[in-house]
Design a protein around this ligand. Structure first.
Ligand code: ASP
Length: 327
């Protein structure tokens, strides 16, 4: 039998409704999670590591680094066929991308979770857990980088995002699509994206902030980040990467103060391009020294900047690194 090592972190897949409050809270320990899905035993031998039992919005980049260290050791273990990480869906895409930045082994690392807690009729956790284990032991999944298996779809960490607050099919890869699927016949992989450019597994720089552009918003937040000596700023601009023209002064001041400014788009799909020359347009931001994040979402660009700064990359190194996402 192949061997899957399950690393659990909490989330809805490990939650139950608390009868006192009526609210779902993480409560299902790793052993119980496995015991509750007998079909797992038909896919692989399962070993477990309970890393934590948290809602994902309370995890952070330090926890991502901790999961990466555990996953890296498991990838180096010849007894381990594949790794499954269970995780809350709210920030699952960030942990998946963070792991994709930090891991370079070929052993599959597959994240999954659930949109319905264990005490809800039609809970999707068991099915997602079995699918993730099937992907983790599938030869076709080797060397694909970190994957997300949810609702019988397989997505690449770099593109996947949670697109709906409650739908079972919430995970999608806008502008790219899934790289595979799980069906009654097993695992199908139909796309093999390039691996995410790797970064050293260093402690992430915590003082990196994300600012989302909205119509007519003034530059108060950017000025505050400059005054606070933030270590990095990611901006989610509109469209192909444009911001309110009134932001140009604050952006120029951040760059001149040696604070890297990385530009993403608030659009779910596509990449930023330096197309427009009106105040705040992408071509003008390029001229101010802003670093383009390609098709990375704001939260993923922020993780890339946190781990890149943590690894000691300088301004030139940051630009060269993010240029590799331009494709
Ligand atoms: N709603 C989330 C989930 O589906 C909860 C979390 O992210 O921890 O897992």
């Amino acid at each position: 039998m192949p061997r899957v090592h399950l690393v659990t972190t909490g989330g809805t897949i490990a939650s139950r409704v608390d009868p006192q409050t009526g609210a779902a809270v993480p409560a299902v320990r790793a052993e119980e999670l496995v015991a509750g899905v007998p079909a797992l035993g038909r896919v692989a031998e399962i070993a477990v590591t309970e890393l934590c039992l948290e809602s994902s919005w309370n995890l952070g980049p330090d926890r991502i680094a901790e999961v990466a260290r555990a996953a890296r050791a498991l990838q180096a273990d010849p007894e381990v066929t594949g790794v499954v990480v269970t995780h809350g869906t709210d920030t699952l895409e960030e942990t998946a991308f963070g792991l994709d930045l930090l891991l370079d082994g070929d052993t599959p690392v597959v994240l999954t979770g659930a949109m319905r807690d264990a005490s809800t009729a039609g809970a999707d956790g068991p099915r997602n857990l079995v699918s993730a284990a099937q992907v983790a032991v599938a030869p076709a999944a080797r060397g694909l980088g970190v994957l997300v298996a949810m609702n019988d779809e397989i997505h690449a960490a770099r593109w996947v995002m949670k697109t709906h607050t409650t739908a079972l099919g919430t995970f999608a890869s806008p502008g790219a699509g899934p790289v595979g699927a799980v069906d009654g016949e097993g695992v199908r992989v139909f796309a093999r994206p390039a691996r995410t450019p790797r970064l050293p597994l260093a402690s992430p720089e915590p003082r990196v902030y994300l600012v989302k552009m909205a119509s007519g918003m003034d530059d108060l937040l950017l000025r505050a980040l400059l005054d606070a000596r933030a270590r990095g700023v990611v901006i989610e601009g509109s469209g192909a990467g444009n911001v309110c023209g009134s932001w140009e002064g604050a952006i120029a001041a951040l760059v001149q103060a040696g604070i890297p400014v990385v530009l993403s788009s608030r659009c779910p799909g596509g990449r930023v391009t330096p197309t427009y020359g009106a105040p705040g347009g992408g071509r003008r931001l390029e001229g101010l020294g802003v670093i383009a994040a390609g098709a990375l979402s704001g939260p993923k660009a922020r993780l890339g900047l946190m781990f890149a700064l943590g690894a000691g990359l300088d301004a030139a190194g940051l630009r060269a690194y993010f240029d590799r996402f331009a494709g």
